[in-house]
Design a protein around this ligand. Structure first.
Ligand code: NAD
Length: 439
């Protein structure tokens, strides 16, 4: 028996023995995870600095505190979620009663990416534990310090009989995916997403795939452009653009495009100063493979600002490209880096058609004051989410389901939706032993 087979068998035995089901166990795990995040703020900040050059305030806000808020919501929801929900039924013998019980699935696998390596490992884990499952977490090998830290700390704080961390890259992931899990929760690119789904199909294991894609931003004419540029720049260049919810490209009409250009330059200057290379809040590209890929996208359109890069430090300046043709290389793949192409369209009709002709994105963003434009964007496009007025903020609200559609993913999680992902809704129907004529 391989080590991984033995590991999953051990977790399965713990689940089968009922260890993870009681509400008290779930609460204890969530509380311990919260304590871990609170106690090891320095360790987390340091790991994220080493992995991604992330500043301490940003690291704590988007990784530790972010997960803590999710845990607090899950703790609030737990009693309600675990209570059987009575359902009046028709079509059954007289006197029948029914309730829906949210039951845990068993042993689940969480495969996490490198770009928010703590947050995107622990948010799904918190949901899995809250729903009463045993779990294996596979952090990303591309954020090695964060991966090591999670491997060291999680077994110290969480129940080691029911929670395990397996470190490693594609080989470790493949070894895990060969095991039978009851759910696989994967966050990352669509290429690996296909591998994950194929492996899960062998065991008929359901999957949640949190993928990415090219999320457009429609900028309407007559919006306050200085304000728009500031919000756009903040969302696009956080973590050097390496965020699944980052705005990928801008669609706007030629007049607005010209007026937006200087505002974007001003907003960048305001956020990162005259030299972003020395700005403490500006990140680096995760590895040379991604760096080379991004530099290869710089030739599209006209460079408004940025373009400066240094392979040794994997620094790529915040870059805005104007008049980018729809078929330019930068428009053919998810950018996932600090390059913002602006593509011109005649107006809303063309923007809606443009978005709809491409793979379904994780989000459609828009800056507009026009009610009819909002309605058209909501009804006329298909995406994981629609956000008006401030890109990327949807991740801040754990009350909202977070997930993609089509090429941007399968399934959605966060808060109550995480509990649904990691539970089976089991109807329990009770027909009185003696009621009416026997059937
Ligand atoms: P990735 O697909 O390269 O890797 C993600 C995970 O898959 C890692 O743990 C990695 O070890 C594992 N993996 C790599 N190769 C594998 C293989 N052959 N078999 C099995 N597992 C394998 O993704 P990435 O580069 O880390 O992340 C970038 C992508 O993820 C972007 O497309 C981005 O939009 C997306 N993303 C989505 C979300 C979301 O919540 N929707 C969040 C972050 C990133």
């Amino acid at each position: 028996m391989s080590d991984l087979t033995a590991l999953v068998a051990r977790l399965r035995a713990a689940f089968a023995a009922g260890r993870t089901r009681p509400s008290s166990w779930r609460r204890a795990q969530l509380t311990a995870l919260r304590t871990l995040l609170d106690t090891h703020r320095d360790d987390l900040a340091e790991a994220l600095r080493l992995d991604l050059g992330r500043s301490r305030p940003e690291a704590l806000a988007v990784e530790a505190d972010f997960v803590i808020r999710e845990i607090d919501l899950l703790l609030d929801l737990l009693d309600d979620w675990t209570a059987p929900r009575p359902v009046p039924v028709s079509g059954c013998p007289a006197g029948s009663t029914a309730a829906v019980h949210a039951t845990p699935l068993g042993v689940v696998l969480v495969v996490a990416p490198w770009n928010y390596p703590v947050q995107l490992a622990l948010l799904p884990l918190a949901g899995a534990l809250a729903a009463g499952n045993a779990a294996v977490v596979k952090p990303s090998e591309l954020a090695p310090e964060s991966s090591r830290l999670l491997a060291r700390l999680l077994p110290r704080y969480l129940d080691p009989e029911a929670v395990a961390v397996v470190e490693g890259g594609p080989e470790a992931a493949a070894g895990l995916l060969a095991q039978r899990f009851d759910h696989v929760f994967y966050t990352g690119g669509p290429g690996v997403g296909r591998i994950v789904m194929r492996a899960a199909a062998e065991h008929l294991t359901p999957v949640t795939l949190e993928l990415g894609g090219k999320s457009p931003v429609f900028v309407d004419r007559d919006v306050p452009l200085a304000h728009t540029a500031r919000r756009l720049v903040r969302a696009k260049f956080a973590n050097a653009g390496q965020a699944c919810v980052a705005p990928d490209y801008v669609l706007t009409d030629p007049v607005t495009a010209r007026a937006l250009e200087p505002e974007l330059v001003r907003a960048l200057h305001r956020l990162y100063g005259p030299d972003p290379a020395t700005a403490p809040g500006y990140g680096r590209i995760v590895n040379t493979r991604h760096f080379d890929r991004l530099v290869g996208l710089l030739g599209s359109g006209r460079t408004v600002v940025g373009g400066v890069h240094d392979r040794a430090t994997r620094y790529l300046a915040p870059t805005v490209l104007a008049e980018v043709p729809p078929d330019a290389p930068v428009m053919r793949e998810e950018v996932f880096g600090p390059v913002l192409p602006v593509t011109e369209v005649a107006g809303l009709d063309e923007a809606v058609a443009f978005i709809d002709a491409r793979e379904r994105p994780l989000a459609v963003y828009a800056f507009t004051g026009n009610e009819e434009t909002r309605r058209r964007l909501v009804a006329g496009t298909t995406s994981g989410a629609v956000v008006f007025g401030q890109p990327s903020v949807q991740v801040m609200a754990p009350e909202l389901p977070f997930g993609g559609v089509g090429a941007s993913g399968i399934g959605a999680y966060r808060g109550r939706h995480s509990l649904a992902v990691f539970s089976h809704l089991k109807p329990v129907l009770d027909v009185p032993l003696r009621s009416g004529p026997p059937r």
